[in-house]
Design a protein around this ligand. Sequence first.
Ligand code: UT7
Length: 328
Amino acid sequence: MRAAVSATYRYLPKQIMTNHDLEKMVDTSDEWIQSRTGIAERRVVSEGETTSDMCTHIAKGLLEQSNTDPNEVEVIIIATVTPDMPTPATASLVQNRIGANNAWGFDLSGACTGFIYALDTGTRLVESGKYKKVMVIGVDTMSAVLDYTDRNTCVLFGDGGGGIMLEPAENEENGIIDSILRTDGSGADYLKISGGGSLHPASHDTVDQNLHYIRQDGKVVFKYAVKGMADISEEILIKNNIKSSSIDLYVPHQANKRIIDSAAKRCGFIDDQVYININRYGNTTAGTIPICLDEAVESGRINKGSLILLAAFGAGFTWGSMLIRWGK
Ligand code: UT7
C-alpha cells in the first residue's frame, strides 16, 4: 500500500524584505542578488512570531483541506532547523495548539533536505499500515539565525513553510512512488550554525563570537549542490525508468536559481516543467518544497495524476529526490 498526499497548505509571513531593504544593511545590490541567486524579495516574521506559530497555521489548514478532525491525526513530523527551542519539539507545541489529542510527533533536522527526509519518514509510517493520518510540515524562521551584517548569507534566506497530509492511497497508481536520500557529513563545515549545542553551549563568549548565526562557504556549497541535485534527480528517473519528458512538474529546493537551472538542464527539463518561486521567497530551508507544492496545486500546475519529481540539497551535506503520482 502506498502513502498519498491528501492535502497541501502553506504559510508565508506578511512582512516583505526586498533587496533594496538589504542594500541599506550590507554592501550589496539588487542587481548582484538577482543575477547571482534569482531572489528579488523574501518574507520575514513579525516580532514574536515563531516557527511553531507558522506550523500551527499550516496544521490547521491541513485539517481543513483534508476534512480531518484533530483527534484523527496520528503523527506530526516537523522538518526544521529553527525550532522555537531545542526541547520540547515544535511538533509537541503544534499538537497541543491544534488539539491533536491522539498524536505523537517529533522534529527532524535535515536542513534544506528536511522536508524530503520527513516526507519519506511519514511515507514509511503510512506504508507500515499502522498510521492513516500523518502530517508532514517543513518550516524555517531563518531570520532568527541570520547575521544581517553578513552579506554572504543574509541576502539568501527567508521565513515560511508549508505542509502536506499523508494518508493511505485509495488508488494504487497514486502516491509516493520512490525516494533516494543521502547525507555526507564531510561537508559539515561548509554550512552550519556552530553555537548553542553541546559543542559550544550558549555563553557570553559564543554570543561575542557570533556563533549562533548561520555561516556558509557559498562557493563550495554551490559546487556540491549543482552536482548533488542533478545527480540525484537523474538517478531516480533512471532507477524508475522514467523519461524526463514524462515528468509533469520538477519541484526543486529553492536555494539559488542557477543551481535549479543547471539541475533542470542536466535532466533535460524545459522551463514549463520546473517550478520556481525563489524570486519571491528566497531560501526558506525546509519550507521551500511544501510552499511550491501548495502554490502549484492552487494554480493548477499540479493535478490529479500529475507525475512530480522533488529534489533538494542542503547543509550536512544532505540531499534527496522523490517521485510522486499526485492524488489519493
Ligand atoms: O540551501 C542550502 C544550500 N545553499 C546553497 O545552495 C547556496 C550555494 N551558494 C550560492 O548560492 C552562491 O555561491 C552564492 C549566491 C552564495 C554566491 O554566489 P557566487 O557566484 O558563488 O559568488 P562568490 O561567492 O563567488 O562571490 C563573488 C563576489 C565576491 O567578491 P570578490 O571576491 O569577487 O571581490 C564576493 O565577496 O561577490 C561578492 N559577494 C557579494 N557581493 C554583493 C558575496 N556576497 C555578496 C552580496 N552582494 N550579497
